[in-house]
Design a protein around this ligand. Structure first.
Ligand code: HEC
Ligand code: HEC
Ligand code: HEC
Ligand code: HEC
Ligand code: HEC
Ligand code: HEC
Length: 498
């Protein structure tokens, strides 16, 4: 066994790998392959795949593999050099020469084998633990701190706070699986380079969420019927005058077996199909819409100026996300956030001009959170020099800012408008604003009058609010009946100038 392997034959060269360094390298390589296979297997059998597993399996494991390979090669060269120089093998030196008839060699061999097995087990344990860490919401939202912080934070205040990121963000099927893996690796690359987009948007249609994802928990056949909803608003006047709107939202349903196909959820792709073309990434401009009803009858609607040949456009089928686009990451507008704080008493409504001042402070442009916190405080302190309640007001304003505004990522209500409703952004009025016409040039999309989606059962404040009308009030806007169709022409989540 201790014969010098001088020969340059293949066997002779292979013999040069018989050194401790190369052997350790081989163990490292084997562990990396083992970890890779294990990770892929665990991920395949997991309830939902982990987007960042790709980083472990395709980046970290290969890194160890190449490190091992490096050791193997290094050992080979050191051994070749020794042979070239004619240096004899040292007892217990770098060179591996095992003679199993010797007790010492047997002990060393046993220690090496046991050590390797231990190392392999540690690798398995380590990669499995890392895998679980990477699956957690903490990893999604915090390990990659700056880029995902807005979505992580908003998620914690949403109806889906208990739903894991991966339950929504990884679609069903193998292609979605592979795509998310590759995308996880790409995200790591951009995170390291710091060149991710601000704000982050999911624009790649392949990575956008699919209706099937929501349907793993929600049943689109469910009939909701009428759902009561109350909006507690406050005017931007000295008294912060309350103005409440109570309505029944006609959420309805779309499965004829469970109730009439009616209302808002009638476009759920059960009894009819709605398709559209959007001319911008945010899907704010929708110039063309097509409905196919249960009998197969097709109706197309277009806005007046839109004469394009539709075959040149990508047609999208409407799904949950075209209305519920912020189910887990709603960034409240300054107006909504302050109304909520006033309604719950977190801001004292008896502080004169509280609504107007806090909204103004929140809506001003800031480039960092520190700057915002400091300027919000300065602004409010200057507005209320002698009012003791200003400290509480400032604290609340800062808290609202921290939860809903992320200047470093440019993420806020402007960057991520919510399509439910129509007040601050067109939302439902992207289609239901009476400007889309069928081929006769007269018929518009059904459901575009004020009582189609909801009836206002009560509105105003005090005695006014007690006048309940189950047939529906006309909306009484400030001091007159409402006439203009588009709310978002004036409302944008900040203070309205009259
Ligand atoms: C209930 C489902 C759901 C859960 C849970 C969820 N998201 Fe989202 N997420 C969405 C939807 C819907 C969008 C918007 C997609 C679109 O606009 O097409 C989105 C968008 C995003 C975006 C793109 C930026 C944006 O705001 O549009 C990021 C980043 C993101 N989510 C991260 C996360 C993280 C991190 C978690 C866990 C802390 C998480 N999501 C949990 C549904 C979810
Ligand atoms: C893993 C399960 C799960 C998935 C996936 C899921 N949801 Fe939910 N969703 C829930 C639960 C649970 C609630 C109820 C929370 C509560 O009321 O406590 C909920 C509530 C809601 C609500 C009512 C919100 C409110 O403010 O009351 C809407 C709307 C909704 N989900 C839409 C969606 C959409 C759209 C998707 C797909 C992007 C989705 N969900 C995906 C579990 C899920
Ligand atoms: C046309 C727009 C639209 C589409 C498409 C749509 N929804 Fe809704 N959905 C609404 C509106 C509006 C409400 C009323 C609740 C509100 O305003 O907060 C609602 C309410 C809900 C609620 C809560 C009902 C409650 O208890 O108050 C759930 C859950 C829900 N939708 C899930 C879904 C899912 C899942 C899909 C896709 C299969 C979907 N919706 C498609 C507009 C839509
Ligand atoms: C992409 C365009 C589009 C968007 C966005 C949209 N809808 Fe619709 N909606 C339609 C079309 C098309 C119909 C079918 C009308 C028809 O058959 O003429 C419809 C039908 C309806 C109906 C049934 C009307 C009836 O009398 O049968 C209601 C209610 C409704 N939508 C509410 C909403 C609400 C609420 C929103 C916002 C959360 C919304 N829609 C967003 C296109 C849209
Ligand atoms: C296509 C359906 C649809 C039509 C048409 C529609 N609305 Fe709405 N409206 C909604 C939905 C959905 C909401 C609830 C938004 C939410 O849950 O945040 C809403 C909310 C409101 C609110 C409460 C807003 C707030 O944030 O305080 C008022 C007021 C209102 N609508 C008035 C009107 C008036 C007036 C008209 C006629 C010009 C009208 N709506 C037409 C769907 C519609
Ligand atoms: C011509 C401009 C204009 C249009 C269009 C308009 N509003 Fe307003 N709205 C105002 C002004 C100005 C105020 C008073 C602002 C204040 O005191 O906070 C106001 C106040 C309100 C308030 C109470 C305070 C608040 O900010 O929430 C509600 C609710 C409201 N409008 C809903 C609507 C709805 C819903 C629509 C569309 C159907 C609409 N408005 C269209 C100008 C407009």
């Amino acid at each position: 066994m201790s014969e010098e392997p001088h020969s340059t034959t293949i066997l002779g060269r292979l013999n040069r790998l018989r050194n401790w360094l190369s052997l350790a390298g081989m163990v490292l390589c084997a562990s990396a392959v083992f970890a890779f296979v294990l990770l892929v297997a665990v991920d395949l059998f997991a309830t939902h795949a982990n987007p960042y597993m790709g980083i472990l399996a395709y980046v970290v494991a290969p890194m160890f593999f190449f490190m091992g390979l490096g050791l193997v090669v290094l050992g080979y060269f050191l051994e070749s050099r020794r042979i070239r120089k004619g240096v004899p093998r040292k007892e217990g030196g770098l060179v591996l020469s095992v003679d199993l008839s010797r007790k010492r060699d047997r002990q060393m061999m046993a220690a090496f084998v046991l050590g390797s097995i231990g190392f392999l087990l540690l690798t398995a344990f380590g990669s499995y633990e890392t895998y679980h860490l990477m699956e957690s919401n903490t990893f999604c939202g915090q390990a990659c701190h700056t880029p995902m912080e807005p979505q992580f934070s908003a998620h914690q205040h949403s109806a889906h706070a208990q739903v894991d990121c991966v339950a929504c963000h990884i679609g069903p099927g193998t292609t979605a699986y592979i795509r998310t893996k590759l995308n996880g690796v790409k995200q790591l690359y951009h995170q390291i380079r710091g060149d991710f987009n601000r704000p982050i948007r999911i624009l790649n249609p392949n990575l956008r969420l699919a209706q099937e994802t929501c349907q793993t928990c929600h049943w689109s056949q469910k009939h909701f019927g009428d759902v009561p909803k109350t909006f507690k608003r406050f005017l931007a006047d000295e008294e912060n005058t309350p103005f409440t709107v109570q309505m029944l939202l006609k959420v309805g349903g779309s499965d004829p077996v469970r109730g009439p196909v009616e209302g808002i959820h009638s476009h759920m792709n059960v009894s009819n199909k709605i398709e559209f073309i959007h001319s911008d990434d945010e899907r704010l401009e929708i110039p063309w819409v097509r409905v196919t009803d249960a009998d197969g009858k097709v109706t197309e609607y277009r806005t007046e100026g839109f004469t394009d040949d539709i075959s040149k456009h990508q047609i999208r089928t409407m799904d949950c996300m075209d209305c519920h686009n912020r189910p887990a990451h709603e960034f409240l507008s300054p107006n909504d956030a302050v109304d909520q704080a006033l309604a719950t008493g977190r801001i004292d409504p008896s502080i004169p001009w509280a609504k107007k001042n806090v909204v103004t402070a929140l809506a001003a442009p800031y480039s960092t959170r520190e700057e915002a916190q400091q300027k919000i405080e300065e602004f409010l302190r200057a507005e209320y020099p002698d009012d003791k309640r200003v400290d509480a007001l400032i604290a609340e304003a800062k808290k609202i800012y921290a939860t809903n505004f992320f200047p470093e990522m440019k993420a806020d209500w402007r960057a991520h408008p919510d399509h439910i409703g129509h007040k601050d952004t067109n939302g439902c009025f992207r289609c239901h604003d009476g400007t889309h016409f069928a081929s006769d040039g007269k018929t518009t999309i059904k459901g575009s009058d004020c009582n189609a989606c909801h009836i206002i059962t009560a509105q105003g404040a005090g005695e006014e609010l007690e006048k309940v009308n189950l047939k529906g009030h006309d909306f009484f806007h400030l001091d007159s009946e409402y006439l203009e169709p588009n709310c978002a022409e004036c409302h944008n989540g900040q203070i309205q100038e009259e």
